[in-house]
Design a protein around this ligand. Structure first.
Ligand SMILES: *[C@@H]1O[C@H](CO)[C@@H](O)[C@H](O)[C@H]1NC(C)=O
Length: 340
């Protein structure tokens, strides 16, 4: 019965989602494609931070003269589009934040695919490949998804202390960005159940529930509870942060240390205390599993569990990064998670 409910909700949200993509597709250009190959619906490109990605755009016929223009669409900000590059037979012009990492792949004569190097967390989203010929143009739309992990983040001073901009800043300080709704949604399908509401990238506030309970929005179906858009300067919540692969690695140094000693222990190893994002990234991408609480740079104490077992986090049946919150920094009870 429960599973059935989950599936129902899943399908409903999925539909809302793909129809949103569809309508931006429709706005993006003419309906009938003469020169460009139709992109496959749901054929997202998926890559991790730091990797390279190719967004496909293939011509099936060539106009005598044409330009290729790649744009990143920013539905968050109404009317906002970021041109990535424009290219014709003779010249290639990069633009903006992405341009410097962009190239046309030109794997064959009909290839107008976009290559992006060294992907960043913010690169995920919808891109438009536009073919401009004479006064006509046509376009296809493709989604780049950065594979990563969403984690809830609470200020050291307690629950619901962060304005929107403080939440943005808090995620950035943990090597992350505020999650999008799509990222939170995916994390929910992968098992994220969290009973505190947090800011998302678009200024809305949500929380994901898999096991409905009275204290977490009542006995509704499992799903993502929404508070809708909130006042970015007045309202205070927690944050949902998103991070992906990191280039460094996380290791544990056994204590017991105070917070200060933990920092020194990491320096002796040529690293520093890991950020929360580093620990989640190691947990997600390197199967990091360790049943020992360790200090992190923000003063919190956490530990990563891949295979849940008794005595490793209060009988919580799911894999996850467990938290002891922000203990007294003089307590000599924990080890250190270092990042190098
Ligand atoms: C990405 O592409 C650059 C050159 O275009 C290459 O040097 C680098 O090794 C590639 N990175 C990965 C992770 O494949």
């Amino acid at each position: 019965m429960m599973n059935f409910a989950v599936v129902l909700l899943f399908t409903a949200s999925c539909f809302a989602w793909s129809s949103a993509i569809y309508s931006s597709n429709r706005d993006a250009g003419p309906k009938k494609l003469k020169y460009l190959l139709e992109t496959l619906l749901h054929a997202d490109v998926v890559a991790r931070r730091g990797e390279n990605a190719t967004l496909p755009c293939i011509l099936r016929a060539k106009p005598s003269q044409y330009k290729v223009k790649w744009t990143k669409l920013e539905p968050q900000r109404v009317g906002r589009e970021d041109v990535v590059m424009v290219s014709n037979a003779h010249a290639f012009k990069p633009y903006g934040r992405l341009g410097g990492r962009a190239a046309l792949s030109k794997a064959h004569a009909m290839d107008a695919s976009l290559q992006l190097r060294g992907l960043e967390l913010e690169d995920g989203g919808t891109y438009r490949c536009e073919l401009v010929y004479g006064i006509e143009d046509e376009s296809v739309v493709i989604t780049l998804r950065i594979e990563g992990v969403v984690f809830p983040y609470q200020s050291g001073s307690g629950r619901y202390r962060l304005t929107f901009h403080e939440a943005e800043e808090a995620c950035a300080q943990q090597d992350a960005t505020l999650a999008s709704f799509g990222q939170l949604y995916r994390a929910w399908t992968e098992g994220l159940d969290w009973c505190n509401a947090g800011w998302l990238h678009d200024g809305t506030v949500h929380y994901p529930i898999i096991r409905p309970r009275p204290a977490c929005g009542g006995d509704l179906l499992p799903g993502i509870r929404s508070y809708g858009p909130k006042d970015k300067t007045q309202d205070r919540f927690d944050a949902f942060c998103f991070t992906s692969l990191t280039s460094g690695s996380v290791s544990y140094v056994p204590g017991p240390f105070s917070f200060r000693q933990a920092g020194l222990a990491c320096q002796r190893q040529g690293g520093e205390l890991a950020l929360v994002g580093h620990l989640y990234s190691a947990w997600r991408f390197r199967d990091y599993d360790r049943c020992d609480g360790g200090w992190l740079r923000d003063g919190s104490v956490r530990f990563p569990i891949r295979s849940p077992r008794e005595h490793c986090g209060g009988g919580v049946p799911e894999a996850g990064v467990r938290s002891f919150g922000f203990p007294d920094q003089m307590e000599h009870l924990y080890g250190a998670y270092c990042y190098k």
